[in-house]
Design a protein around this ligand. Structure first.
Ligand code: GDP
Length: 197
């Protein structure tokens, strides 16, 4: 576990509501339903912390959690992207918020880009990765829900994702395979996040 406390700090709907940049930050990004809440809960060992603190109206906000006592770093839950029915205005607002956050945040040490093992990289994921490349924010790609696919399919997806990852300058060459449900890859990812922060 991350040592000590895990506390919800605040939700920022706009840049002016960000907390003071007093601590290192590690952000989590991914398409809606990728398993982000489940992974954050598995990493922190606190059931439903990501979900419990985030009401439905807050899904377009950056949610900050404080990890450790005294605080070691902040975990930033970014709004899920890629929902088919989102109005253009909402998507544009999301992009502006995330891009501005990524560009201006010196304390942001690393981002995790979560990708569903069943789906692999989608154009919206590539767009996210490109935004991170442009902002020069280092990121790790994390495959989620590995328990949902057969070993052979997982291997294919991993090879495909790794091939694309190598073309992205800010992306770590090492891919993380996780299942929040089965606890697979969680300890390794937790260690990586702690090292990043
Ligand atoms: P979010 O929208 O990205 O926060 O996704 P959630 O964490 O809410 O997960 C979306 C759905 O995927 C839920 O029904 C979860 O129970 C399921 N899920 C998340 N992680 C896993 C996993 O590792 N394995 C399996 N089998 N299901 C998962």
């Amino acid at each position: 576990l991350f040592s000590g406390r895990v506390d919800f700090l605040l939700s920022a709907p706009q840049l002016q509501f960000l907390p003071e940049p007093d601590f290192p930050e590690v952000a989590f990004a991914g398409r809606s339903n990728v398993g982000k809440s489940s992974l954050i809960n598995a990493l922190t060992g606190r059931k439903a912390i990501a979900r419990a603190s985030v009401t439905p109206g807050r899904t377009q906000e950056l949610n900050f959690f404080e990890i450790g006592m005294p605080t070691q770093f902040r975990l930033v839950d970014m709004p899920g992207y890629g929902f088919a029915k989102a109005p253009v205005k909402v998507v544009e607002r999301w992009k502006r918020l995330v891009r501005d956050y990524l560009r201006g945040r010196a304390v942001l040490k690393r981002t995790l880009v979560l990708v569903d093992s069943r789906h692999g990289l989608k154009p919206v994921d590539i767009e996210m990765m490109t935004m991170l490349d442009q902002a020069a924010v280092g990121y790790r790609v994390v495959l989620t829900k590995t328990d949902k696919v057969k070993a052979s399919a997982l291997e294919q997806t991993r090879d495909a994702v790794e091939a694309i990852s190598r073309k992205h300058p800010a992306c770590y060459p090492y891919l993380h395979l996780t299942s929040a449900e089965k606890g697979m890859g969680i300890a390794e990812l937790r260690a990586a996040v702690l090292a990043d922060s």
